[in-house]
Design a protein around this ligand. Structure first.
Ligand code: MGP
Length: 297
């Protein structure tokens, strides 16, 4: 059973919801609404200091039902999104949903793996043990989900440019968690119970290229900025750390934090992107938001 509150927002979560989007219980309350996911994806691309015309490889370390992965893959400057999740069922949902958005087969890679394990395979944007990762991948028979390559960490690409993290916040009661509102230490990861959100940020920051990489984390709206700054400092983040409030349909939904050694928050890329059927989607979004409001009343 889907909570009425989330059902009323279904077209805001996915404008193509009616084309057959599939979500499980956890995804209903944790997927990033499409307009916010598109905004984050665009910012990750436009603020990257990578060579303006180079395409990016982005890890979506908690891919879930695919909302952010789809948004990232729709960016012209993203070459590949590595979609990671510990739950194989979520990877299946994400692949199914990505097909509804016509994401090309070569733009997504689905990995059934632990987010921290994946991040620890990289140092400054490059894979640490190239042989172990790629040779095994070649030896194994290739598997696919809806046409997208899928497997374990043996399929990881040799380099990555950016990491996006949308971790579990501890359920829908996140607003009540934490002694002084929410902070990264409130995040506890399934699989490795010894790791918290701060260690995850450290791994993500270590994984990206020193000069050009960036990290974005999606966090609760009650995140304590002071504590976040302390975490960033403890894990050695030296550049700008930006906390962005994501408001949708007049409601403060969440916070996105952007960071990187050379992260300035400035839009570095000047290329204007052509997004496939943007007009239709915008119209649909407005229309679906109206419907959502009516449904909620
Ligand atoms: P919400 O507060 O549960 O919903 O989540 P809403 O509609 O703002 O409810 P209200 O009654 O509080 O007004 C807001 C958004 O946060 C969701 O749409 C998700 O994108 C995101 N979100 C919520 N949770 C519980 C999680 C989570 O555990 N992980 C992640 N990554 N995102 C979450």
């Amino acid at each position: 059973m889907v909570d009425d509150k989330y059902w009323a927002q279904r077209h805001r979560l996915f404008s193509r919801f009616d084309d057959g989007i599939q979500l499980d219980r956890e995804s209903w309350y944790s997927v990033t609404p499409e307009a916010i996911a598109n905004h984050i994806a665009r910012r990750m691309v436009m603020t990257s200091t990578a060579n303006k015309n180079e395409k990016m490889v982005v890890i979506d370390a908690f891919c879930g039902a695919g909302g952010n992965a789809i948004a990232l893959a729709r960016q012209e400057h993203v070459e590949l999104v590595v979609c990671v999740d510990l739950d194989e069922e979520k990877l299946k949902l994400a692949a199914h949903n990505a097909k509804i958005y016509d994401i090309a087969d070569n733009k997504l890679l689905f990995l059934h793996a632990d987010a921290c394990d994946v991040l620890q395979q990289y140092n400054k944007g490059k894979i640490i043990n190239e042989k172990a990762v790629n040779s095994e991948g070649e030896a194994k028979e290739q598997q696919h989900l809806q046409g997208y390559k899928t497997g374990g960490i043996e399929l990881l690409p040799k380099q990555v440019d950016a990491v996006f993290l949308s971790p579990p916040w501890g359920g829908t009661d996140y607003a009540t968690i934490g002694p002084r509102n929410y902070d990264l230490k409130c995040i506890h990861l399934e699989g490795d119970t010894t790791k918290d959100g701060e260690q995850m940020l450290e791994s993500a920051y270590g994984a990206i290229p020193e000069d050009t990489g960036n990290v974005a984390i999606f966090l609760p709206r009650n995140t304590n900025g002071l504590e976040l700054g302390r975490s960033a400092s403890r894990v050695g983040i030296s550049g700008v750390v930006e906390m962005e409030q994501n408001v949708l349909n007049h409601k403060f939904k969440a916070i996105t934090v952007y960071a990187g050694r050379n992260y300035s928050g400035k839009e570095e890329r000047v290329v204007v992107q052509k997004e496939e059927s943007t007009d239709v989607d915008t119209a649909k979004q407005v229309e679906s938001e109206k419907r959502g409001e009516e449904e909620q009343e």
